[in-house]
Design a protein around this ligand. Structure first.
Ligand SMILES: C[S@@+](CC[C@H](N)C(=O)[O-])C[C@H]1O[C@@H](n2cnc3c(N)ncnc32)[C@H](O)[C@@H]1O
Length: 215
């Protein structure tokens, strides 16, 4: 995955060998994440050499967390997860056994970044208000927790107040259609929330994921 767009500095280039090195020795049961790296490297390039404060809602085994920590070398990362898995994990026979030790794998996979990572176990609905009360703010937020529309709406609303002007919010699974009804999928929550903040964001990317910049 060579990033060679015009004007890109040599230091921005991320290739397959870099990615293989980032994940060496890690243990995962799934990969929902690597396919997003081409978009992320491009969208996050401006933050690459900044001390970006990143909030991740939904960390699972740490694959996306490791992307942020490696690619944004000066960043700090706050990971919020129940580490109990989502409904779809429990319903999937091949994933359900992984849920029991997902937190242990997250801890082992991210251990070398102990000084840059803050793990908070809990629901996003209970943890994000506490981050707000503590005055925490973030430059980049990755929303990848519960997929229920109402939960994603809540994550979006809470994340919005924690995101600085000029910050980015990345919504995963905008185009996810594994579940049958709209209320079980993220899109309705994302779109309904964004309709409440007209003129306050710029859309940067829309495909499987939706990425916006807060103005
Ligand atoms: C799809 S996985 C995250 C994948 C991860 N971002 C990656 O790319 O490697 C979703 C995660 O969200 C967590 N989760 C589900 N509902 C949650 C909630 N209400 N609050 C916090 N975490 C939640 C699950 O435990 C699971 O680990």
């Amino acid at each position: 995955m060579e990033r060679t767009s015009a004007g890109e500095r040599a230091s921005e280039v991320v290739n397959e060998a870099d990615i293989a090195r980032w994940y060496e020795g890690c243990v995962f049961s799934s990969d929902w994440t690597t396919s997003h790296f081409p978009v992320w490297t491009e969208v996050l390039a401006a933050h690459r050499h900044r001390p970006a404060r990143v909030l991740e809602i939904g960390s699972w085994e740490g694959r996306s967390a490791l992307f942020f920590l490696h690619y944004l070398a000066g960043s700090s990362l706050t990971c919020v997860d129940t580490f109990e898995g989502s409904v779809e994990h429990h319903e999937n026979a091949s994933l359900a056994p992984s849920v029991a030790d997902v937190e242990r794998r997250f801890d082992a996979n991210t251990a070398r970044f102990a000084d840059r990572i803050e793990k908070i176990r809990g629901t996003s609905g209970s943890v994000l208000p506490l981050l707000g009360i503590a005055g925490r703010r973030f430059d980049i937020v990755y929303v990848d927790g519960s997929h229920y529309a109402a939960d994603v709406y809540g994550d979006a609303a809470l994340a919005w107040s924690l995101t600085v002007s000029g910050g980015l919010v990345l919504f995963d699974d905008y185009d996810w259609n594994l579940m049958e009804t709209e209320s079980e999928r993220p899109r309705l929550g994302i779109e309904t929330f964004l309709r409440t903040v007209p003129g306050q964001f710029r859309e940067i990317h829309r495909d499987y994921q939706l990425i916006v910049e807060k103005l």
